[in-house]
Design a protein around this ligand. Structure first.
Ligand code: NAD
Length: 479
C-alpha cells in the first residue's frame, strides 16, 4: 500500500494546494475512509487557467509535431516506469482489483504512445486546381484550447485519452478529472511536466462540476470540449457549447446488448461473459449488460452465468484473491438496490447477488436478473454496476430489434459461429462498436464513439485526433 499524495491544482505550470480554497474529501470505496482533501478551484483560478491555456496553446501549436511527439513519448515511458504507483492510486481511489489497475495503466501508456506517433501524421492534402497558377491545399490545424471533463470509472485511461489526443493535435488543455479519483490524473499531469510539457499547455482543476463546466464551456477562449459521463450531463454541456460554437466530443452512456446465438456453447459463453461483465464492478460504459440469448440455450447460459457470478470473490482490490472490488461510491450501491427492488416487484428472478456485502465500504454482490421483461428498470436504464440481465429471443430479426430498442448505441456484442449471423448483426446493430466473439471494445488505435444518445464524435484511432483539429483551405495565386 502506498501513501496517498497531497492533492493539488495545476495552473500555468504551477501547483496550488488547498490553502485559501474550499476542499472536499476523497474516499477509499473499499473502506469508506478519507484518503485526502481535494482543493476546489476558485473563480480566479479558472480565469488564470483560461489565460494560461490561451498562452500555452500559442507555444504548443507552434512547436513542431515531431517535438510534441517526443514529449508525449517520454510521458508514455514515465507512465510505464511508475506503473505500480499509478495502479495503486487507482485501486485506492476507485477500488478495482490491482491486477485490473495495472492493465489500465498499461493501456494509458499505450494511448500516449499511439498519440505521440499519430500527431506527426496530421496530413492535409493538395487539391488539383482548375487553374495552373493557383495552388490549393487543405491543412489540419490545432482546434484551440480544449476543456476536458473525465469521470471516475477509468481514472487513468479517460484522462490519458483526452489529454494525449488533444496535445498530439497541438491543442492546450484544461482538464477537470473526477473529484472522486483525482490523484491518478494528477500523477499523469505531474509526469507530463517532467517530460517537458511547457507551462500552461496542461492545466488541471477540480471543484463543483457545474460551476467549472459553466465557466470553461462558456468561455470564448475554449474552442472544443470533450466530456465522458452520463447522457443527461452531456446534453447540458452540449447545449452550453453550442452557444459559443464549440466543437464537442461527447462519450456518454451505453447499455450494451449481447446477442448469443444457438450455435454457441452456452456454458463457455457464460464463462467468458462473467469476466467481461464484472470487470471494474461493471462500471464501464461498454459493459455487456443486456444478454439476449437464443431460447434454446437461454436457461443453460443464465444458470451458468449465475453460478459463476455467485462464486466471484468480492473484496478489497489490494487483496490478491479479489476478482471484483467495491463500487466507486455510495450512489452506485443505492442505484443497484433500485434495479433489484424493481425486478423483485415484477417477480423477476434474482438468480445471483442482489445484495450489499462487506462490513464497510461500497460493496455489492455480482448480480444476475434472469428472463427479464423489457419494461423493467434494468432493461431500460444503464445499471453502470455489477448487474447482468438475461432475456431470450427466437429469431435474428427479433434480436436486432431488442438490441436497438433503446436510445443508446455505444458498444454491442455478438456471439456466434455462423458468418451469416455475424454479418447481419454487424450491419443491423445501431451502435458505435459491434464486437463479435470477444469483449475488447476499444484499443488506442481503434475508433470509439457512440450512436444516438451515446454521444457525438470519436475518441481513439486517427479519428480521435481529428476531433481536435480544424481544416483550413489555402488557395494561392502565383501567376
Ligand atoms: P453524474 O452524471 O453526476 O457524473 C458523471 C460524471 O460527470 C462525473 O465525473 C461528474 O463529475 C461529471 N459531471 C457531473 N455534472 C457535471 C457538469 N455539470 N459539468 C461537468 N461535469 C459534470 O453521475 P455519477 O453518479 O458520477 O455517475 C453515474 C452515471 O454517469 C452512470 O449511470 C453512467 O451512466 C454515467 N457515467 C458514464 C461514464 C461513461 O464512461 N460514459 C462514466 C461515468 C459515469
Amino acid at each position: 500500500m502506498i501513501d496517498y499524495p497531497a492533492l493539488r491544482l495545476l495552473i500555468d505550470g504551477r501547483w496550488h494546494d488547498a490553502a485559501g480554497r474550499n476542499t472536499e474529501p476523497v474516499l477509499n470505496p473499499a473502506t469508506g475512509a478519507v484518503l485526502g482533501e481535494l482543493p476546489h478551484a476558485t473563480a480566479a483560478d479558472l480565469d488564470e487557467a483560461l489565460a494560461a491555456s490561451a498562452r500555452g496553446h500559442e507555444v504548443w501549436r507552434k512547436m513542431p509535431a515531431v517535438d510534441r511527439g517526443r514529449i508525449l513519448q517520454r510521458a508514455a515511458a514515465l507512465i510505464q516506469e511508475r506503473s505500480e504507483h499509478i495502479a495503486s492510486l487507482i485501486t485506492l481511489e476507485l477500488g478495482k482489483p490491482i491486477a485490473e489497475a495495472r492493465v489500465e495503466v498499461e493501456t494509458a501508456a499505450g494511448i500516449f504512445a499511439w498519440n505521440a506517433e499519430e500527431g506527426r501524421r496530421a496530413y492535409g492534402r493538395v487539391i488539383p486546381s482548375r487553374n495552373r497558377v493557383i495552388q490549393q491545399i487543405a491543412v489540419r490545424e490545432p482546434l484551440g484550447p480544449i476543456a476536458a471533463f473525465a469521470p471516475w470509472n477509468a481514472p487513468a485511461i479517460t484522462p490519458a485519452r483526452k489529454i494525449s489526443s488533444a496535445l498530439a493535435a497541438g491543442c492546450s488543455v484544461i482538464i477537470k478529472p473526477s473529484e472522486e479519483t483525482p490523484a491518478t490524473a494528477l500523477a499523469i499531469a505531474e509526469l507530463l511536466q517532467e517530460a517537458g510539457l511547457p507551462a500552461g499547455v496542461l492545466n488541471v482543476v477540480f471543484g463543483h462540476p457545474a460551476m467549472i463546466s459553466g465557466v470553461l464551456v462558456g468561455s470564448p477562449i475554449i474552442r472544443g470540449i470533450t466530456f465522458t459521463g452520463s447522457t443527461a450531463i452531456g446534453k447540458q454541456l452540449g447545449a452550453l457549447a453550442v452557444q459559443t460554437m464549440k466543437r464537442m466530443t461527447l462519450e456518454l452512456g451505453g447499455h450494451a446488448p449481447v446477442v448469443i446465438f444457438d450455435d454457441v456453447d452456452p456454458e463457455a459463453a457464460a464463462l467468458s461473459a462473467v469476466t467481461a461483465k464484472f470487470r471494474n464492478s461493471g462500471q464501464v460504459c461498454t459493459s455487456p449488460t443486456r444478454f439476449f440469448v437464443h431460447e434454446s440455450i437461454h436457461d443453460r447460459f443464465a444458470a451458468k452465468l449465475s453460478e459463476l457470478a455467485d462464486r466471484l470473490a468480492v473484496g478489497d482490490g489490494f487483496n490478491a484473491a479479489t476478482k471484483m472490488g467495491p463500487l466507486a461510491n455510495a450512489r452506485r450501491v443505492e442505484a443497484m438496490e433500485r434495479f433489484v427492488d424493481d425486478a423483485r416487484a415484477r417477480s423477476i428472478a434474482v438468480s445471483a447477488g442482489g445484495v450489499r456485502c462487506g462490513e464497510r465500504g461500497f460493496f455489492f454482490r455480482p448480480t444476475v436478473l434472469t428472463q427479464v421483461d423489457q419494461d423493467c428498470l434494468a432493461s431500460n436504464v444503464e445499471p453502470f454496476g455489477p448487474l447482468a440481465a438475461t432475456a431470450s429471443f427466437r429469431t435474428r430479426d427479433e434480436a436486432i430489434a431488442l438490441a436497438n430498442r433503446l436510445p443508446s448505441g455505444l458498444a454491442s456484442y455478438v456471439m456466434t459461429s455462423d458468418l451469416r449471423h455475424a454479418a447481419a448483426m454487424a450491419e443491423g446493430i445501431a451502435a458505435g462498436n459491434v464486437i463479435i466473439n470477444h469483449w475488447q471494445a476499444s484499443l488506442p488505435e481503434t475508433p470509439f464513439g457512440g450512436f444516438k444518445d451515446s454521444g457525438v464524435g470519436t475518441e481513439g484511432g486517427i479519428e480521435g485526433l481529428q476531433d481536435f483539429q480544424s481544416i483550413k483551405y489555402v488557395s494561392q495565386f502565383s501567376g
